[in-house]
Design a protein around this ligand. Structure first.
Ligand SMILES: [Zn+2]
Length: 99
């Protein structure tokens, strides 16, 4: 079985979509983190690490990849969600804790 390959918009590394976190632009133009990786809409992928999140979450990158005009406020919100997600991933690695 071949896995779909996606590119991290932070470091440009290629990985399967399950190794990356998906951001999705909804029809409304709103951007959110797509934990299911199934939401309809234009998607962008980023590695689940701090460095890539920082590189990826800039208005320049997101606007280009998702063809939108994100506000700084939206970017801050996305960053928060992604950072929470990262913490959860780390917790899950050592413990059985659920976020
Ligand atoms: Zn990356």
């Amino acid at each position: 079985m071949t896995e779909p390959i996606r590119t991290c918009i932070g470091c440009r590394k290629k990985a399967t979509k399950w190794e990356l976190v998906r951001l999705v632009r909804h029809e409304s133009g709103h951007v959110s983190v797509d934990e299911s990786r199934k939401s309809p809409g234009r998607g962008a992928y980023v590695c689940p690490n701090l460095q890539c999140i920082r590189l990826a979450l800039t208005p320049k990158k997101l606007n280009k990849v998702l063809r939108i005009n994100v506000t700084h406020k939206e970017i801050e919100t996305l960053k928060q969600v992604l950072l929470n997600l990262l913490q959860c991933l780390e917790v899950r690695r050592d413990e059985k804790a659920k976020c």
